[in-house]
Design a protein around this ligand. Structure first.
Ligand SMILES: [Zn+2]
Length: 225
């Protein structure tokens, strides 16, 4: 799995190495390559020496992390926590056959979906940042559910839907996985908890890093001025 290569670092390190491009560009980039959103070149990493009251101070360049909010780290660490804790079957469901029981790790998928919803809102807000704030707030309020934000609102803003946008950028497998997770999460909420089974949770964790990177690519395409 991808996390075997983290050498003890937490899953929050999926954000490490990424920075936000700059004041005029909300693109998510690495410091040593051009920005995929605005094509600005790699950053100058040389230090500056400044003089304060006769004392020389060397100032190294610093960059803003690419996470949307501190909670992005928390979500990833919580997902890791859910994955690494012992999976204990739900006591009240022990007598159900396997196919009628949700995964003992179903909470991981629900947690992921909450995190995913925050990133879709971030994508819309960043890509549509030229709209007056009250218009954007009102539009997001009208299209409040994640379904309308992935389909109807996405179509109004960009002429496609999020899953087809993933496919257009080469992430067919991730699009199929997310669509399946969306349907299963809805089924879970509407009386079919067993829709979130072990196979789906395992597929999500196996593809978490790929999903993260796919979102960044689509985000950068959409926030391009
Ligand atoms: Zn940029």
């Amino acid at each position: 799995m991808w996390y075997d290569g983290l050498a003890g670092k937490s899953w929050a390190s999926l954000w490490s190495g990424y920075v936000v491009c700059g004041a005029d560009c909300p693109g998510i980039r690495k410091i040593d390559v051009p920005c995929p959103a605005c094509n600005a070149g790699p950053y100058d990493l040389s230090s500056e020496t400044i003089n304060i009251n006769g004392h020389e101070l060397v100032v190294h360049p610093t960059f803003m992390g690419a996470e949307g909010r501190y909670e992005d780290y928390v979500y990833l660490e919580m997902l890791q926590h859910e994955w690494e804790r012992p999976a204990v079957e739900f006591k009240g469901l022990m007598h159900f056959p396997d196919v009628d029981r949700p995964s003992a790790r179903a909470a991981l998928l629900l947690l992921f979906w909450s995190y995913f919803e925050t990133r879709i809102e971030r994508l819309h807000r960043s890509a549509m940042r030229r709209l007056p704030r009250r218009v954007l707030d009102d539009t997001l309020r009208r299209y409040n559910g994640i379904g309308p934000r992935l389909y109807e609102l996405y179509k109004i803003f960009y002429g496609t839907n999020y899953f087809d946008d993933l496919r257009a950028n080469g992430f067919v497998g991730i699009a199929d996985l997310l669509k399946d997770i969306h349907q299963r999460r809805n089924a879970f909420s509407h009386g079919t908890p067993q829709a979130i089974n072990d196979a789906t949770v395992n597929a999500l964790v196996a593809n978490l890093k790929a999903e993260h990177e796919a979102w960044i690519v689509v985000y950068n395409n959409r926030v391009r001025s």
